[in-house]
Design a protein around this ligand. Structure first.
Ligand code: FE2
Length: 240
């Protein structure tokens, strides 16, 4: 029998392997939550889902978020993990979630492909979420994932899909740190958990390919901020 000349494995970094296999990675963030929550509580919010509100972000708010969260580093990390160097910011939302509100999103995938219907963006977005409490307390349980369900998202229908997912191991984010960051492939099966004790914040960033940018109802303040920020960064580099 002729032997295959294909290598049985390739060297990749452990985090790339984990992201491929599990569909997510998460890590704690050290940041000044007192300054952050004080500033965020001055913003205006409008209801998004029942029990949650999104902030109206102006140019200065984007600048504040940029300066207090490692957004650029996380985008680079997402590019490294996914092998997609063409990832751009589709949108950014700052969400406030009230304690004991009904879960606004039960088990779901942001993108699914079933025999008779398909939903969500293709290629699926890479999503980044920072979780922290408005009370500067430890995060509470915030989101649960079916590990590896990103690797099997084509099936007959939702019932079969969710049934199969119940066999996979799960990981819950929250409960140990003051601020958690999660990067995940948005076709993974996940469920949002509302806080029980404290009002909570979620800073959500959707990353997409360049061709997908026009599919977002982008906030013009975000475009203004990104344009100005990029030109300033370029200027700084030119001076150096
Ligand atoms: Fe989702």
């Amino acid at each position: 029998m002729k032997k295959s000349s294909r290598k049985s494995y390739y060297n990749i970094s452990a985090d790339v392997y984990d992201f491929f296999k599990d569909g997510l990675i998460y890590f704690p963030i050290k940041t000044d939550l007192k300054t952050i929550t004080q500033k965020l509580n001055t913003l205006a919010f409008h209801e998004k889902y029942y029990g949650s509100m999104d902030a109206d972000l102006e140019f200065d708010a984007y600048k504040f978020l940029w300066n207090h969260f490692p957004l650029e580093e996380v985008i680079q990390k997402a590019q490294h993990l996914s092998g997609r160097s063409d990832l751009y910011i589709g949108d950014i939302a700052l969400r406030k979630v009230l304690p004991k509100s009904k879960p606004y999103l039960n088990w779901h995938r942001d993108t699914w492909v079933y025999t008779k219907n398909t939903n969500g963006r293709i290629p699926p977005l890479i999503k980044v979420i920072f979780y922290f409490s408005n009370s500067q307390d430890l995060t509470e349980k915030s989101i649960v994932f079916s590990k590896g369900s990103n690797r099997r998202f084509i099936t007959k229908n939702r019932i079969v899909d969710l049934g199969l997912n119940s066999l996979l191991s799960r990981v819950t984010i929250g409960g140990k740190n003051y601020c958690d960051c999660v990067i995940f492939s948005s076709e993974i099966c996940h469920k949002v958990i509302p806080p029980l004790k404290n009002e909570a914040f979620r800073l959500i960033m959707n990353l997409c390919s360049k061709e997908q940018l026009e599919g977002f109802e982008r906030d013009s303040n975000l475009d203004i901020f990104i344009d100005k920020h990029n030109s300033e960064v370029i200027q700084e580099k030119e001076i150096i």
